[in-house]
Design a binder for this molecule. Structure first.
Ligand code: GDP
Ligand code: MG
Length: 313
């Protein structure tokens, strides 16, 4: 208990050690993590959050460090989370060893990579919990890197305000772009590695895929960037600030918070309910068998299980 209190105090003070501790507890799903989440002070005011997504090797880590450095130089306090939606099999090693942002850490940024194994409510819920920890600390921007592919990218997009989608030339452009649902979630398109051939063509093609500008709707900019040299990064930071201002000016904060609360509650509730029902192993096995053997349809079986569960209360 004394340890929990010390970690709580450390988180609020922004101590990297305490933050590391707190995030590990949450990552591992320990009781200490749940306790911490219950006791964290709720922050007043808005904490801008930006998700960076795109294929492996696109330059997300390189770009995030550059963006972070520029924000720190302006007096902002930056935290970076790299979220690895690892399966129990990959063990979460995908990002851990590769995520190094030495310059950003030297400039006072906080950088941490996390896995989301077995989180109640899935990847988005785990991410939301990590962000909750950071919200109690004195950060002014949070940048999230995802190693997601497909659905994971879309999930993470639901817990951040601004989604940056990285594309790079020469990867088979059509494949990148048509991946279901990924175009739709982006607020800013970055064509990284603009030093490479084909970058400008890719940027022009992206422009043609965007819907025509409409009054009062956010128009995602397409920004050619070279993360390694920093070229174009200033324009990206400006775009991130503009998108944040756009959300604030339209009173979107309240609506975003409401949507997130609804999604988190639904996901956690569904998980809790399933766990509760599965505890009754025999009933559960019978139900699974009934569906597997085609004796009953899954909707009917689910409704029966739910009724039984309610009848017990
Ligand atoms: N030529 C070039 N290489 C880049 C650029 N940005 C990143 N890279 C390189 O691309 C590789 C993958 O970068 P990384 O940031 O780890 O990509 P991530 O997997 O998306 O996080 C590294 O070798 C980077 O140095 C760029 O703008 N131009
Ligand atoms: Mg990376």
């Amino acid at each position: 208990m004394a340890e929990l209190e010390a970690v709580l105090r450390g988180v609020v003070a922004g101590s990297p050690r305490a933050l590391g501790r707190a995030l590990s507890w949450v990552e591992n799903g320990h009781e200490a993590g749940r306790q911490l989440l219950r006791l964290l002070p709720r922050r007043q005011g808005w904490l801008p959050t930006v998700g960076f997504t795109g294929p492996p090797g696109a330059g997300k880590s390189t770009l995030i460090e550059q963006v972070g450095l520029r924000l720190q130089a302006r007096g902002e306090r930056v935290a970076v989370l790299a979220v690895d939606p690892s399966s129990p099999f990959s063990g979460g090693a995908l990002l851990g060893d590769r995520l190094r942002m030495p310059r950003l850490v030297a400039a006072g940024g906080f950088v941490r990579s996390l896995a989301t194994r077995g989180a109640l409510g899935g990847l988005a819920a785990a991410c939301a919990d990590f962000l909750e920890v950071l919200r109690a600390a004195p950060f002014s921007w949070v940048l999230v890197e995802t190693v997601g592919v497909g659905q994971d990218e879309v999930d993470v997009a639901t817990v951040v305000d601004t989604v940056v989608l990285l594309q790079v030339p020469g990867l088979g452009d059509d494949v990148q772009l048509t991946k279901a649902g990924v175009m739709e979630i982006a607020h800013v398109f970055v064509v990284n590695k603009k030093d490479r051939p084909g970058a400008m063509d890719l940027a022009r093609m992206l422009e043609t895929l965007l819907p025509p500008p409409e009054a009062d709707l956010w128009r995602p900019p397409v920004l050619p960037v070279a993360a390694t040299t920093g070229e174009g990064v200033e324009a990206l930071v400006t775009a991130l600030e503009e998108h944040q201002r756009f959300l604030a000016a339209r009173g979107q904060h309240r609506e975003l918070s409401r949507q997130r609360a609804e999604r988190r509650l639904s996901a956690i509730l569904a998980d809790l309910l399933v766990r509760e029902i599965k505890v009754q192993t025999e009933t559960w096995q019978q139900a699974v068998a009934a569906v597997a053997e085609g004796r009953e349809d899954p909707l009917t079986v689910a409704e029966k299980l739910l009724q039984c569960q309610w009848g017990k209360r």
